[in-house]
Write a new protein. Structure first.
Length: 74
């Protein structure tokens, strides 16, 4: 795997590129609100791409992930 230094360098490069391209860094920057998480999770769960996840996720799993993502910044 990547050494910590390599990961940090890659992470910094990705963050820099996102900023340069003015791509939002988190759900709050996309104006996602806590009360929208249930609907977003339902749609994500029913998306065809969800079936290819290596670990199956329930709607509740996705809601938890989104709630945590909403409260964190890059």
């Amino acid at each position: 795997g990547l050494r910590r230094h390599d990961f940090d360098h890659l992470y910094d490069a990705v963050v820099s590129l996102l900023n340069e391209l003015d791509i939002p860094s988190d759900l709050a920057a996309l104006n996602v609100r806590e009360d929208q998480i249930g609907e977003i999770a339902q749609k994500a769960h029913s998306d065809a791409a969800t079936k290819t996840n290596p670990i199956p996720a329930t709607v509740n799993d996705i809601e938890t992930l989104l709630s945590q993502a909403l409260s964190l910044a890059r």
